[in-house]
Design a binder for this molecule. Structure first.
Ligand SMILES: *Cc1c(COP(=O)(O)O)cnc(C)c1O
Length: 366
């Protein structure tokens, strides 16, 4: 077990390619473009277990602590490294926001150009701020994510640019490392891994990662087990649950506002093979979980991430969890990404007052 490399902030952590080079498999001599991503903490969440009304060991994988604030960095370090190694001058992606922020950051670091295609008006403010700051060319289409992806796939097919969406297998290779870290830290796979599902690359990557780690340790005579996967879509953007593409997906969780996931088939396989499932949660459940998470655990995750929290509560309600289960929730992105939703969802009242001590004390309710 690589306990030496599993925790954020530990000295010597130099990113996922350095930590797991053998399992990622970039070609020898490939340059490594890294922001020392990965190595994120797995934080206990007893308050959520209490809210579920069950004796559970709930842990939060804080992917919002990656360099650009989402798990996309794990795959982007590998995809941009491979693109640079192949001589690409331009990387492109379609994005609901976080892929754009991550691609733009790693492209800047690599010294290659980056163009991102996003659905107009549907990108959370923090993500747009990042793409601007990192210097990407931003193209806002009058359309949704699925149409953006179709366009960039066609452009990349001409050879004009390297595509760094999760249809790029290097993205999946990098994102597998989150599964490795969880097993490294717990010593074995959890009973359940619960995560949001959008374009479905991440659930695909986790399952591949858990299986590869299981096989690696089996060869060494040790059984680290496999988790069951619980994937959650937002009800307004739940093509896999409905069994058909959704032409106009809609949800407050913009990171999973996707109507025709590129990795649909592998996501369904991951759920089935792990004896798990893919289900849905409503925007109302997502926003309730969003407030609960921040106010009981002190963890601020963006709305899409909170589909995992809402999903875990739904699993408890519907009898899918058993007492004693160890459940890892993947909190995919940082709450600061989407300040508009935070302010709108909060009932916090801001008490204005004069600047003297008495007024401040009164305003504080003293
Ligand atoms: C990309 C993203 C997702 C969805 O991941 P997929 O691999 O597209 O299923 C969920 N949450 C956040 C914050 C994301 O950025």
């Amino acid at each position: 077990m690589r306990r030496d490399v599993c925790c954020s902030g530990k000295t010597g952590w130099r990113g996922v390619v350095h930590a797991y080079a053998d399992l990622i498999g970039l070609p020898d001599g490939c340059p490594v473009v890294t922001l020392f991503e990965g190595g994120t903490p797995l934080v206990p969440a007893p308050g959520l277990a209490r809210a579920a009304g069950m004796d559970l060991d709930v842990r939060l994988k804080l992917e919002g602590l990656n360099p650009t604030g989402s798990f996309k960095d794990r795959g982007m370090t590998v995809a941009v490294s491979a693109a640079l190694g192949e001589g690409a001058r331009l990387v492109v992606c379609a994005s609901t926001g976080n892929t754009a922020a991550s691609a733009a950051a790693f492209a800047a670091r690599a010294g290659v150009a980056c163009a991102v295609v996003v659905p107009e008006g549907k990108i959370a403010l923090g993500k747009m701020a990042q793409a601007c700051a990192y210097g990407a060319r931003i193209v806002a289409i009058r359309g949704n994510f699925d149409q953006a992806l179709t366009a960039v796939r066609a452009i990349a097919a001409t050879g004009a640019a390297a595509l760094v969406n999760s249809v790029n297998p290097w993205r999946i290779q990098g994102q597998m490392t989150a599964a490795f870290e969880i097993v490294d830290e717990l010593g074995s796979a959890p009973d359940w891994l619960v995560l949001p599902v959008g374009n479905a690359g991440n659930i695909t990557a986790y399952w591949k990662g858990f299986r590869e780690y299981w096989a690696k340790y089996k060869a060494l005579g040790r059984n680290v087990g496999l988790p069951r996967l619980g994937g959650f879509q937002a009800s307004g953007a739940a093509p896999i649950v409905r069994g058909r593409p959704i032409p106009d997906p809609e949800t407050v969780a913009t990171a999973i506002r996707i109507g025709n996931p590129a990795s649909w088939r592998t996501a369904v396989a991951a759920a089935q093979e792990s004896q798990g499932f893919i289900d849905e949660v409503t925007d109302e459940e997502i926003l309730r979980a969003y407030s609960l998470l921040a106010s009981t655990e002190g963890v601020f995750a963006e709305p899409a991430s909170c589909a995992a929290v809402a999903g875990m509560l739904k699993m408890a309600r519907t009898g899918r969890l058993r007492a004693g289960d160890r459940v890892v929730l993947v909190l995919t992105g940082n709450g600061l990404k989407d300040p508009d939703t935070a302010v709108a969802a909060s009932r916090a009242e801001i008490a204005e007052c004069d600047a003297d001590v008495d007024s401040v004390a009164r305003a504080m309710g003293l």
